[in-house]
Design a protein. Structure first.
Length: 358
């Protein structure tokens, strides 16, 4: 609370101005160290996504720069038995021609092969996070996959949040016929199992290639149209509770418009609910992208995401090549955990009950 002294003819009058909602929330958020560290991690991921989008990093993720299933650098190069290369026995008493009659021809053939070899054929035996079954760098793939998966999760959550918040605000504030219609729409969407609704929307949108090319935006629209219902119910209940409170009636008495009362006065006081729900949607939509990509309804085959990496890693894990699975899992876990902690910190900073304890 800040005070401003205004001079009048009869003396000095102290006029108090209340601190803004967002300014107070930022002040509270800065006091949460876990929330700040989490926000820095999320910002780091967003910068990594931006650099990947403009081609600064992970540009050549499709290039086969290593031998198939090359291990991470810390493990060192794979032994010859793992790569299928077995050295010829050597020793003073060993005659290679006795073992292989074609051995004298090997040197001649090798010299002829060198005439057709180029420097591009040399592939690394080890990479920072290893290579996949085709020899592609796992580090480049996981960074590029971060761009796709996080973009899908965040954009789909934003779409679902906008739909759920707007429709919930209309239903909770106006009620009546508007509320009845939106309740009917909510019932229709929730009466259909989510997985069936996702498949139906995917089938419809994948046919409309001229309007919306199949790919990331298709997944965003599908998840956004399916995921708004839970937030709608919460926002509707909060608006029904706040629309008759004193501060809203005071705003109406001084001439505030309907949209101003809804989105300038009520929405900031229920934003903590919206943030918590949006954080859950981001986490859930990243998982949904994994399922859709695994079933062939997600990102195209010429792109990579955490979902496609996990699908590829299943076959590699059976053979003992665990590094692609570990890379995708660790990156996903770090981002999801940091995003959830950041959202919780913002929820606490915006909660009007906690603000009242100051």
């Amino acid at each position: 609370m800040s005070a401003v002294i205004e001079s009048t003819g009869s003396g000095a009058v102290s006029v108090e101005h209340s601190e803004g909602v967002w300014h107070a929330a930022w002040r509270r958020f800065k006091g949460d160290r876990v929330g700040l560290v989490s926000m820095l991690i999320v910002i780091g991921f967003l910068l990594l996504i931006l650099l990947s989008a403009v081609g600064v990093v992970a540009q050549g993720w499709q290039q086969e720069i290593g031998v198939p299933n090359a291990p991470p650098t810390l493990m060192g190069p794979a032994p010859p038995e793992a790569t299928g290369v077995i050295e010829q026995p050597k020793g003073p008493n060993v005659d290679i021609s006795d073992i292989d009659p074609l051995a004298p021809k090997y040197k001649e053939w090798a010299e002829r092969a060198k005439q057709y070899e180029t420097s591009a054929t040399h592939k690394a035996e080890t990479l920072p996070l290893g290579a996949d079954r085709l020899g592609r760098d796992v580090l480049a793939k996981v960074i590029k996959g971060c761009q796709v998966s996080v973009a899908v999760g965040v954009m789909a959550a934003l779409l679902a949040t906008l739909l759920g918040t707007f429709l919930g605000a209309l239903s909770g504030f106006f009620g009546g016929k508007v509320g009845d219609f939106l309740e009917w729409l909510y019932t229709v969407f929730t009466a259909i199992p989510d997985i069936l609704l996702i498949f139906a929307l995917a089938a419809v949108l994948n046919r409309a290639d001229a309007v919306l090319p199949r790919g990331i935006w298709t997944v965003v629209v599908i998840l956004g149209l399916v995921g708004w219902t839970g937030l709608y119910r919460q926002v509707r209940a909060e608006f029904m509770k706040h629309r008759s409170r004193e501060y809203v009636r005071a705003a109406e008495a001084i001439g505030a418009s309907t949209s101003s009362r809804m989105f300038r006065h009520i929405l900031p006081n229920v934003s903590h609910v919206v943030l918590v729900r949006m954080s859950l949607l981001v986490v859930g939509f990243i998982k949904s992208e994994v399922i859709l990509s695994y079933l062939g309804l997600g990102v195209p085959v010429d792109q990579v995401s955490w979902g496609t990496m996990l699908a590829e890693a299943q076959g590699e894990l059976i053979l003992g090549y665990w590094w692609q699975l570990a890379a995708a899992t660790v990156f996903m876990a770090v981002f999801v955990t940091a995003f959830s902690l950041m959202a919780d910190a913002w929820r606490d900073a915006l909660d009007p009950k906690l603000r009242g304890l100051e």
